[in-house]
Design a protein around this ligand. Sequence first.
Ligand code: NDP
Ligand code: 8X3
Length: 250
Amino acid sequence: MSKTVLITGATAGFGKAMAERYAAEGWKIIVTGRRQERLDELKTTLAPASVHTICFDVRDKQAVDNAIDSLPEEFREIDVLVNNAGLALGVEPAYKCDLDEWECMIDTNIKGLLYMTKAVLAGMVERDRGHVVNLGSVAGTYPYPGGNTYGATKAFVKQFSLNLLADLLGTKLRVTNIEPGLCESEFSVVRFRGDKSKADDVYAGTEPIRPEDIAEIIYWVTSLPPHVNINSLEVMPVDQAFSPFAINRA
Ligand code: NDP
Ligand code: 8X3
């Protein structure tokens, strides 16, 4: 019997690439996002794979519960939940940031991820089968100027993933936090509020990770023997590394 994966934020970037990867392996796919036309396109692209699309905003708790409660029978037993929907807004220093944008990141990256997890986890525990994969980030471990609230949301994701594992000891469930570095997707266009030229500058002259690379890694993590759990996996392009501490000098 084929397995079922639910991927949030599959209208672009990592989520779309994951949908393609899992479909190629014969999985049943549930894809979500706020842009219905992109979900429709994806379903067409993935044909003849078994695909269920649900259009909702992960920040809307009721919409999340409705989406899970109204899954068709053949999609109800979710084997893998990928909490991928997320965003960064802005790179300004904290004192110049817009509080609404901070709240949007918290509501999406933290609260949306919690709503999804809560809605799916009980069924996984009941079946004693399932894998929750969260999209953290290197920004959840390493601080950088302008990372302020975005990085803090991903630090939450990191610790929540580890704490979930602690709670699930004694079950067969698995939890993994994927922590990517520089990866080219729509991420920077969103971060720069639609400014494509600023987004392109982020990737100029370097070779970032591609969404397909992340899809491959996540597919591998979820295909390992069932007794193996990758707790967290940090991945950066070869073209990315660390800087020394910044020091202010008079
Ligand atoms: P993209 O912007 O390409 O894709 C983001 C996806 O999230 C879209 O499908 C978008 O769909 C969805 N999404 C955003 N907000 C919401 C919402 N409120 N409700 C439902 N869906 C939403 O970004 P990436 O693919 O790069 O990012 C995926 C994840 O990976 C994010 O959590 C990001 O923080 C993380 N990440 C990205 C890195 C990068 O460098 N690209 C590095 C490390 C982590 P729609 O707009 O249709 O709702
Ligand atoms: C995205 C990676 O370094 O832009 O999570 O914050 S970074």
